[in-house]
Design a protein around this ligand. Structure first.
Ligand code: KIV
Length: 278
């Protein structure tokens, strides 16, 4: 990330983005564009396009494995995907979700699993869902040298408790709790906080009240950064289009048409041509 023309027009080569760069971006009022990545090829493309953070989200359970929720995702699955992303990424900071049940049972287990993501996967930071309730866990992981991104508001691992994927912070009491969660996550030493599915007014207040960057998804314009699930922004799904997603491509139609063309070419003996043959 930190590259480009420096003073006197001398080109500065890209280097790995660190959590210090991400914190600086808030101070410098530069917005932070985060995308999810789950495999080597996509990580390579997103990294060379300049994304400062690649998030190996446990959303991979839904978009790559076809699970109904993120709940079945295991630590071993996260490690497998993290390795692939790490191999494809030269510059982006690699943040990895700790999956359900990998950090809730005990601080000891949380530390071991965070350590595995770093040691076996190549994670450079981990993300945990929760606020005040997991502040001690965030602190313990951070204290062992693994940076933590918090995740508050709509927390997909708590889908059953929330009664669905619903915007959080609709009532005053909920808003007060989410603000307390943000402060607790900051105090515990997190380097940033993901704010998911909360009213933009609340996201603005949190962003102004904490010193660490906020990364929003379905949380409006005022966050320090934004994150989107790659499959959503590339338009890989015909049927699902949440309101907070902006589709930058209609990749579903593009792939469908390309595959149809290929099938037709094979059936009509138009492929392979002489130039494709030896
Ligand atoms: O798992 C994920 O992809 C996430 C999203 C909220 C970005 O955490």
């Amino acid at each position: 990330m930190p590259s480009g023309l420096g003073q006197e027009g001398i080109f500065i080569y890209m280097r790995k983005t660190t959590i210090l760069d991400i914190k600086d971006m808030k101070r410098q009022r530069r917005k932070i564009a985060v995308l999810t990545a789950y495999d080597y090829t996509m990580a390579k493309i997103l990294d060379s396009a300049g994304a400062p953070i690649l998030l190996v989200g446990d959303s991979l359970g839904m978009v790559s494995a076809g699970y109904e929720s993120t709940l079945p995702v295991t630590i071993d699955e996260m490690i497998y995907h993290t390795r692939a992303v790490a191999r494809g990424s030269k510059n982006a900071l690699i943040v990895v979700d700790m999956p359900f049940l990998s950090y809730q049972i005990s601080i000891e287990e949380a530390k071991r699993n965070a350590g595995r993501l770093v040691k076996e996967g190549g994670a450079e930071a981990v993300k945990l869902e929760g606020g005040e309730n997991i502040a001690d866990t965030i602190k313990a992981i951070n204290d062992m040298g693994v940076p933590v991104m918090g995740h508050i508001g709509l927390m997909p691992q708590s889908v059953h408790k929330m009664g669905g994927y619903k915007v959080q912070g609709r009532t005053k009491k909920e808003r007060q709790q989410i603000m307390k969660d943000a402060k607790a996550v900051e105090k515990a030493g997190a380097f940033s906080i993901l704010l998911e599915g909360i009213p933009s007014g609340l996201a603005k207040k949190i962003t102004e009240s904490v010193s660490i960057p906020t990364i929003g998804i379905g949380a409006g314009l005022h966050c320090d950064g934004q994150v989107l699930v790659l499959h959503d922004m590339l338009g890989l799904y015909k049927d699902i289009s949440p309101r907070f997603v902006k589709k930058y491509l209609d990749l579903n139609s593009m792939i469908t048409n390309a595959v149809k063309d290929y099938i037709k070419d094979v059936e009509m003996k138009r492929f392979p041509e002489k130039k494709h043959s030896f």
